[in-house]
Design a protein around this ligand. Structure first.
Ligand SMILES: *Cc1c(COP(=O)(O)O)cnc(C)c1O
Length: 368
């Protein structure tokens, strides 16, 4: 079986965990601080605040930007549920707009037309590891005085022009979940250049307390702290990120070369302004292909190749978002993608032979 994802866990991660266990200090402590310093330096931001999931990072970032009850936040329906759930967690309203046909990321033209007096923020998702169009999004945000939070859960190390994911907007939220490009099992990070956003995010992760004045609670907060055990893994992963990213990009290039000229298969579109870090390598199975997307997934699994669908149903068609008034037909591109995309293995531990097997298997399926 060629798995869809596989974490890289070496002696470095194992030894780092053992060091923390032997230190006797297991909760948030010096290793979290060290990880945050390295993470901020890597992203090119003033601050990085480590938390215990990507979802917590999104929630803390929204709080940091003062998204509150009845505010509107514009986002994409073609993403993982945590993106829009975090908006609900902030008691705000997710306002969906459709995605771009080529990149599957939020369509900036539609963002601008969705802005109202209640809009407080825009939450674009750097889907599959590719940056959104931040030239246009940042210009819209500036014109209408709204903030942008990158959902950077899938885009660590990606650049837009020469600027790194996490540093282009008011705040960004990363995930360190087990299958993400770098991981620690469960974890997340908020990045920002704003002292105020950083301070509010820190309060959010620690029951509303400022780190400077303990047992004084400024607001409702949560326990979103990361442990030193998790931070020790994340810190070792961060040291390997250049290698991990290069390998993913190289694997994607080999897949794209091998999958050219197959009738009914569209390989990923990479916009020239971005380095796509290929958290997922996602192809489109078009109508001309001899099998439906779902049959394709079954055939691949039968032949021992793990693949998966991100995401099989756009968010606006799930009950807790439909309750906000959304219905089928609202976002035709997202709805089409949900029934036509499939992600193939692209992780850094794939061998050249495995990549060749993936390509030949798909060519065999395409020939019926
Ligand atoms: C993984 C992911 C999240 C949530 O991160 P968790 O660490 O699982 O909470 C949010 N948004 C996107 C796009 C993701 O891929």
């Amino acid at each position: 079986m060629i798995p869809l994802a596989k974490p890289i866990i070496g002696e470095e991660e194992i030894n780092a965990v053992v060091r923390v266990l032997k230190s006797g200090m297991l909760a948030q402590g010096p290793v979290v601080k060290e990880f945050e310093e390295h993470f901020a330096a890597y992203c090119g931001t003033k601050y990085a605040i480590a938390v215990n999931s990507g979802t917590a990072a999104l929630h803390a970032a929204l709080y940091g930007l003062e998204v509150r009850t009845n505010d509107e936040v514009i986002t994409t329906p073609f993403t993982f549920v945590a993106t829009a759930n975090s908006i609900l967690m902030a008691n705000a309203k997710p306002v969906f707009v459709d995605v771009d046909q080529q990149t599957y990321t939020i369509d900036p033209k539609l963002v601008e037309s969705a802005i109202t007096l209640k809009t407080k923020a825009i939450l674009p998702v750097n889907l599959y590891g590719q940056m959104c169009d931040y030239d246009t999004l940042n210009a819209i945000a500036k014109k209408h005085h709204v903030a942008i939070i990158e959902d950077a859960a899938q885009s660590i190390g990606a650049d837009w022009h020469t600027q790194r994911s996490g540093s282009l907007t008011a705040a960004a939220a990363f995930s360190l979940y087990a299958t993400k490009n770098i991981m620690c099992g469960e974890g997340g990070v908020v990045t920002t250049n704003s002292e105020q956003v950083a301070e509010l995010a820190k309060r959010m992760r620690h029951h509303g307390q400022s780190e400077k004045t303990r047992y004084q609670y400024f607001d409702l907060g949560y326990n979103y702290r990361m442990t030193d055990i998790h931070a020790s893994i994340a810190l070792e992963q961060l040291k390997k990120i250049a290698e991990i990213t290069t390998k993913r990009i190289m694997n994607a290039q080999l897949l794209t070369e091998g999958l050219q000229n197959i009738h009914g298969i569209k390989t990923p579109h990479v916009t020239p302004q971005t380095t796509h870090v290929f958290h997922q390598y996602t192809i489109l199975i078009e109508e001309e292909f001899p099998y439906s997307r779902d049959t394709f997934v079954e055939l691949m699994k039968q032949k021992g190749i793990g693949c998966a669908v991100f995401y099989p149903k756009p968010l606006h068609l799930h009950p807790h978002f439909m309750r906000l008034g959304y219905k089928e037909g609202d976002f035709p591109i997202a709805e089409k993608l949900a029934t036509h995309v499939v992600s193939l293995p692209v992780h850094p531990l794939l061998t050249i032979d495995e990549i060749k097997t993936i390509i030949t298997t798909i060519r065999e399926i395409a020939n019926g």
